[in-house]
Design a protein around this ligand. Structure first.
Ligand SMILES: O=C(CO)[C@H](O)[C@H](O)COP(=O)(O)O
Length: 265
């Protein structure tokens, strides 16, 4: 399938085998949004007619949703059913005429495409800085293939390594108590827990599921990700956390040096 943003070259890596094929530098330093678009368009090449497709949320996933809509409009993709991961994506998908359904009607998704806030070398992710982690996790967990699209600024040595937020969705009831328990849980990682606030209103940010988000900031490594995730989920008041461990099957990274496709083996 021809794409308007086909990159000059694609580097392919299998994470376990660490196999690298062709590479050559791009002459142009591309701005971040162009890189996001390149990654998104590459991911949409995996979409085939008749598929049920999980539609991610955020500025990178938005390009993928637009592209799917464009290919439907051109008659290149037919019989696509989209499962949106947020109300915002639902609205966007409807605006570009992607037929939509939900997880209850379509519990198995062929392919999900979504952005991420952090990607570690094992393709573990942080997601949810855009506020949609719960629906994203439910839909991406139900997907046979989960393709993550990022520009290279999202790559980290370890989860939490960006120094930016690792979001946790919590029920509003006694959220300060839950925030304290989260800080205590990660005392050794020097964790600070902050309620996410809407910059425009100064009110707590409310998710599509009527919950709050507590953003965790770590000064030190949180260690074993699965153990950390399980411990978070054991706290009453927590709904879900933004670590997506062992969920991505493919990560497409667009950078100044080209596009790298990493597959989890
Ligand atoms: O997890 C998300 C939303 O909940 C987004 O995928 C993540 O925040 C990346 O967003 P962007 O593509 O805008 O950088």
């Amino acid at each position: 399938m021809a794409t308007a943003y086909a990159p000059h070259f694609i580097r392919s890596e299998n994470v376990a085998a660490d196999v690298t094929t062709s590479s050559s530098p791009s002459p142009v330093t591309m701005v971040q949004d162009e890189l996001k678009k390149i990654a998104a368009y590459k991911a949409v090449e995996f979409v085939e007619s008749g598929m049920v497709v999980g539609l991610g949320t955020g500025s990178t996933a938005k390009h993928a949703v637009d592209r799917i809509g464009e290919l439907i409009q051109q008659g290149i993709l037919t019989d696509i059913i989209g499962i949106p991961t947020s109300i915002k994506t639902q609205e966007q998908a409807l605006s570009v005429n992607i037929p939509l359904s939900d997880l209850e009607t379509h519990p198995v998704i062929d392919l999900a495409i979504d952005g991420a806030d952090e990607v570690d070398p094992d393709l573990n992710l942080v997601k949810g800085r855009g506020g949609s982690l719960l629906r994203e996790k439910m839909i991406e967990f139900a997907s046979k293939r989960f393709v993550v699209i990022v520009d290279e600024s999202k790559l980290v040595d370890h989860i939490g390594g960006s120094g930016l937020a690792m979001p946790v969705e919590v029920v509003p009831f006694c959220w300060k108590f839950t925030a304290q328990r989260l800080e205590l849980l990660f005392e050794e990682a020097d964790c600070v827990a902050k309620l996410r606030i809407c910059p425009k209103t100064g009110d707590p940010f409310v998710t599509d599921n009527s919950n709050y988000t507590i953003d965790l900031y770590f000064k030190k490594s949180i260690g074993d990700l699965k153990a950390a995730g399980d411990a978070i989920l054991r706290l009453p008041g927590v709904v879900e956390h933004g670590m997506f461990v062992d969920m991505a099957t493919t990560v497409i990274i667009a950078g100044d040096g080209g596009v790298t496709v990493k597959n989890k083996s």
